[in-house]
Write a protein that binds this ligand. Sequence first.
Ligand code: NAI
Length: 261
Amino acid sequence: MYPDLKGKTAVVTGGTTGLGLAIVGRYLEEGMNVVADYVGELKVTDDLKALQDKYENTLIVFQADVTSEEEIDALSKEATDKFGGLDVWVNNAGIEKPFPTAEMPYDEWQKVINVNLNGTFLGTRAALRAFEKNFNKGSIINMSSVHQQIPWPTFAHYAASKGASKLFTETVALEYAEKGIRVNNICPGAIDTPINAEKFADPIQRMQTQSMVPMGEIGEPSYVSDAAAFLASEQAHYITGSSLFVDGGMKLYPSFQHGAG
Ligand code: NAI
């Protein structure tokens, strides 16, 4: 637990499922105020309902499409109006859909870049504006992926968006470092969330993915929310422009693990 987080306010995009929901739950446990963003029709799962019941005064669930300037600005305003400020913004929303690159429709390319990259820009800009308005140091966390580093055939749009997240994070971190605003990336490997539900429902595909993780385990969402709590906290006050891999060693060229090559 990180006592300095108590009473602070966070926005988490894509905050009602998977990694976003785990981060929302962890931040609420830390005593933070949280605005959990979702897009489209809200699905209230048992896990979300439990948080809404337990944290009725500190959790707001708010609809905003991360690709819309107006909706992202409204999301930021909701946090500052309802909770009196903003301290942490997590750009977590993300999508993927595989296509061989030669067959990838242009609108599918654009959709992924729009949510994963443009959404991260719009969220970051809204957070910076809110931090600067209140002379707040603030922390931005971008949900990147091991695929900011590992190429991923048929996911060229996704890998491009996450690769861009790395240099975007580093650039904004440098630009705002002297104001004490920190910007970091989390790079999950293979984590059990809705984005992987179909793949992991097939035992063969699950085993295949697991065999690419040197630590031999598909990750739990809490492994990522632990990293998000740390990066938001004062314990990480000297960390900016970093990419924290939460991947059981997936980026370490697992095919070399037993001395092959
Ligand atoms: P998920 O599918 O549960 O979460 C994605 C969330 O983003 C959903 O709640 C979805 O509704 C939301 N979203 C999509 N488009 C949106 C939009 N236009 N506006 C607002 N919200 C939108 O899957 P997961 O795994 O929790 O993904 C979260 C992030 O983690 C994504 O950025 C993903 O790329 C990243 N990631 C996940 C990994 C994994 O193994 N689960 C591995 C590496 C990265």
